[in-house]
Design a protein around this ligand. Structure first.
Ligand code: ATP
Ligand code: MG
Length: 400
């Protein structure tokens, strides 16, 4: 037994400072305890130390930490010693001692125990139990120190719990926020065509007005276009969900890329007569094994993006075949994409903020493009210079 324990100022103040610092600086309370035990042991003797945590939901006490420091006993095996005392300590919320009956025989096997609750204000966090096998009994002089330790530990445990709780709530909140943003973007996207369809239909049906054939046709055309837009929106949503879970099978067949591109461009120009496209192909092109419908979808989205985000700019499409496959480039001379968004535009639902709110979109197009290109074992990426323009690159192997 260390003699220092019986003198009245047995613990140097520097040790107290060191302990406080350890509790504040350690990355977890368990790590703090490992270091604290090293510092405490020369001054305050014990064989085992067990920290019980109180589960806030079940109110059960569970071992959160156990260390054996001496006399040949393993901490795990001795945990059971402290269980009864820890329950009492938590119930009565005060420091308690438990001493073995003074039987002669196995005195060295009988534990002296000191238990103290871990609490912050009204919040009960658990209990800490010190065990000495065969004594000596715990000296009341040391109780203030034990109280100090228990308070420091309680603070450290509570800090850690609060930090976990905060990060859990942060994750939950950002999930909710993303969901809410998505639903509001989607509702907005649906509401616009739906508004047109409803408006023009109601107008046509008004019993008190007669519309001439040309006006009727004009209104019906608008309804037709807006229905297409809704259809496209729904298709995109379904595609993006199915592509992400790998539930869309590609229908691979030999494809002549140049004629596929010519078809897509012609179709886009029908919808957007102002779109100017220059297609460059320097050498004859072998057929590529690919899904023509899906590739057309990729090219359409790139061209429709150019129409939306690089209006009035011509688009040049370059097809460059080599030994491994084909390199395609779609270059516009629009405003470009800021560096920090260039990776993100391929994510589902991502749209560059601050782009004119009148430009419609759900941020699904490039996500779908990437999934389709990847299903062909290819790559898609973007290069852009602000104020100069944007180039989308696609590499496709001859065979996926
Ligand atoms: P959707 O294609 O689903 O109708 P969207 O066009 O907004 O909606 P993406 O095609 O995935 O979605 O494009 C993502 C974002 O990338 C766009 O919102 C836009 O901000 C930016 N972007 C795409 N292409 C260009 C481009 N050629 N020039 C500048 N910005 C672009
Ligand atoms: Mg798009």
């Amino acid at each position: 037994m260390p003699t220092s324990e019986s003198s009245s100022s047995w613990l140097p103040i520097e040790v107290i400072f060191t302990l406080s610092r350890l509790f504040w600086q350690a990355s977890s309370w368990r790590q703090a305890m490992d270091e604290v035990i090293q510092v405490v042991r020369p001054h305050f003797v014990f064989d085992n130390l067990v920290v019980y945590g109180l589960d806030p939901d079940t109110l059960n006490l569970e071992v959160g930490y156990a260390r054996a420091t001496g006399r040949g006993k393993s901490a795990e095996a001795d945990v059971a010693w402290g269980e009864a005392l820890s329950n009492q300590v938590v119930e009565q919320r005060r420091l308690m001692l438990q001493e073995p009956p003074q039987t002669e025989e196995d005195r060295l096997q009988r534990p002296y125990m000191l238990g103290i609750p871990l609490q912050m204000g009204e919040t009960l966090l658990g209990a800490m139990i010190f065990i000495r096998f065969g004594g000596p009994p715990f000296d009341p002089e040391t109780f203030p120190f034990v109280e100090f330790l228990s308070q420091q530990l309680a603070q450290a445990i509570l800090r850690e719990r609060l930090a976990h709780e905060v990060s859990r709530l942060e994750v939950q909140y950002s999930g909710l926020q993303a969901q809410e943003d998505f639903i509001s973007a989607l509702s907005h996207e649906f509401r616009t065509p739906l508004g047109f369809i409803k408006g023009y239909t109601t107008t046509l049906l008004r019993p008190d007005t007669h519309w001439d054939a040309a006006t009727q046709r004009e209104f019906l055309n608008i309804i037709d276009q807006e229905t297409d837009r809704m259809q496209e929106l729904i298709d995109n949503l379904l595609d993006s969900a199915r592509l992400q879970t790998g539930r869309i099978k590609m229908n691979f067949q030999p494809v002549r890329l140049d004629s596929l591109l010519n078809d897509v461009v012609a179709r886009m120009q029908l919808r957007h007569p102002e779109l100017e496209v220059n297609l460059q192909l320097d050498q004859p092109l072998n057929p590529l094994l690919a899904d023509p419908q899906r590739l057309a979808q990729v090219f359409e989205n790139l061209l429709s993006n150019a129409v939306k985000y690089a209006p009035n700019s011509p688009v040049s499409i370059t097809i460059a075949p080599d030994a491994e496959g084909v390199h395609l480039m779609f270059a516009d001379r629009g405003p470009g994409i800021p560096e920090k968004y260039r990776q993100k535009i391929f994510e589902r639902f991502f749209r560059v903020p601050d782009v004119q709110p009148s430009i419609h979109g759900t941020g699904l197009g490039l996500f779908i493009c990437k999934q389709i290109i990847q299903a062909h074992q290819g790559q898609i990426w973007v290069e852009s210079q602000l104020g100069q323009g944007t180039t989308f690159h696609i590499r496709l192997p001859w065979k996926p």
